[in-house]
Design a protein around this ligand. Structure first.
Ligand code: ADP
Length: 474
């Protein structure tokens, strides 16, 4: 019995069954404990009450007998004595009254022997039936009656000791037990019903979430949980699963685009190089320095893409180890900008740096990579004759570095995605510009690893502003 019950509780079951079972079990235990405790308590109190009541009944019998004595005439009212004795007999007391000379004044057994026997049998049987372990029995007690200090009689009272219950008492106890059992059963049924409803309310959204999550795991990222929930934790869970589906969907779209982009990026220069070399081998083309350098350029594009991919893979290898030293952002910006001198001159751009020495505790080569990526974008996406401005400032424990340009800008619907890897705004435009959509993802990885943030603001045809916030220490 017990192992199978344990098995019932330990086997994996639905939340609804488990909750209902647990609630029913808790309520069952509570009802059982309350019933036992209240039963013991009520019985004990009732026992005390009965003993007290029997004491009062004995006193009342003695007082009534006493009242039947006439001290002046020294006589007894025999008729009333009989009434008192018979009344006591119906209450379960066998009374015998003796005068001062030990003469019999009234005897219940003499009066009605069969009624006395019947009463004793009834009480013994009922008490035995109810309390089989209690050793109750009929016992006799003697009381001396006096009036004005003068002995007038001796009364012997025989009753079931230490106490006995009348039919009314039994009825009262039975009704009480019935009410207790009834209310216990009612609370148990109510608890099971409430538990079942509660369990249903809890398990339904979880079941729906699990089913949608399963569909997501098969690649259906369009699926969403639209059912509203009034339990905040479950509502949070469904919202998180929806967000997860959003981000998985975006990642999937990006992955597909990456595959297409990488394939395209590689195919174009590879086809060019292949046709050029083929033509030269077949003698259709002379291998002139111009043609060879065109092949070289195409190979350069492939190398750039491969090195970008490599760069990102290194960032991803979770252990982006930073070799931190004291770095002056002003000096670093000047050095990095000077690397773009040729491009800047070719596009006739105006580039400037505003700000003073600004030291941060950072990995110099990584921060240089950040600046290179942002500045190369600024140079790439600014039209000839445009302006690029680097600004350095500080606020409390942070260093602020902003790179602004008045270039082509980024459409608002594309702006939230530019830090995602392989994301390129208006793809066709960028293919011409030679971008691969990796630069800003690398920027974000490095800045985040330093405990900083990077944000972009932009307006189409007006320009863009990239702001990096880096903690000065740690
Ligand atoms: P890419 O190698 O294509 O430049 P990035 O990750 O560096 O990749 O940038 C992502 C996209 O953000 C770019 O394709 C470009 O569309 C946009 N972008 C980044 N910087 C600028 C900028 N200064 N002006 C306009 N567009 C920009």
């Amino acid at each position: 019995m017990i192992p199978s019950f344990r098995k019932l509780l330990s086997e994996p079951r639905s939340l609804r069954t488990r909750l209902s079972l647990n609630i029913a079990l808790v309520v069952l235990l509570t009802v059982a404990v309350i019933s036992v405790v209240s039963n013991v308590f009520i019985n004990r109190q009732f026992e005390r009450y009965i003993i007290e009541r029997q004491k009062q009944q004995t006193e009342s019998i003695l007082s009534l007998v006493n009242q039947q004595y006439n001290a002046a005439s020294k006589t007894w009212n025999a008729e009333y004595l009989h009434a008192v004795g018979m009344h006591a007999l119906y209450d379960g007391y066998i009374v015998k009254i003796y005068g001062t000379g030990n003469e019999m004044l009234w005897d219940a057994e003499l009066c009605d022997m069969s009624a006395c026997r019947q009463m004793m049998r009834d009480i013994s049987r009922k008490m035995q039936a109810r309390f089989p372990n209690d050793q109750g029995a009929f016992t006799v007690n003697h009381y001396d009656l006096t009036q004005n200090g003068q002995a007038i009689a001796t009364v012997s009272i025989r009753c079931f000791s230490p106490y006995f219950y009348s039919d009314d008492d039994f009825l009262f106890l039975d009704s009480l037990n019935l009410i207790l059992a009834g209310s216990g059963l009612f609370s148990l049924l109510l608890a099971v019903a409430v538990g079942w409803l509660l369990a249903r309310r809890l398990s339904n959204p979880i079941r729906i979430t699990a089913e949608r999550a399963k569909r997501m795991s098969t690649g259906d990222y369009a699926v969403r949980i639209n059912e509203k929930n009034r339990i905040s934790e479950l509502d949070e869970l469904t919202r998180s699963v929806n967000q997860l589906a959003d981000s998985l969907g975006k990642q999937e779209a990006l992955r597909k685009r990456l595959t297409a982009d990488v394939a395209h990026e590689l195919r174009t220069p590879l086809t060019n190089v292949a046709t050029h070399i083929e033509a030269m081998i077949e003698g259709v083309w002379e291998p002139t320095p111009a043609r060879l350098s065109s092949c070289h350029e195409e190979i350069g594009r492939i190398s750039k893409l491969v090195s970008d991919l490599e760069n990102l893979a290194r960032m991803d290898s979770d252990n982006l180890k930073l070799d931190k030293t004291r770095v002056d952002l002003l000096e670093l910006s000047q050095k990095t900008l000077s690397n773009f001198e040729t491009e800047i001159a070719a596009k006739k751009l105006t580039a400037s740096i505003d700000g003073n020495r600004l030291e941060v505790w950072a990995d110099s080569s990584r921060i240089r990579q950040v600046l290179t990526n942002i500045l190369s974008n600024a140079v790439k996406y600014t039209r000839p004759g445009g302006t690029i401005r680097v600004t350095l400032s500080e606020a409390r424990d942070f260093a602020l570095l902003a790179v602004e340009d008045d270039g082509i800008g980024i459409p608002p619907d594309e702006l939230p995605f530019i830090f995602e890897r392989f994301y390129r705004a208006e793809k066709s435009r960028n293919r011409l510009s030679g971008g691969s959509g990796i630069g800003l993802a690398v920027v974000k990885s490095i800045v985040t690893a330093h405990g900083g943030t990077v944000e972009a603001e932009s307006r189409v045809n007006q320009g863009s502003r990239f702001q990096i916030v880096l903690p000065k220490t740690t």
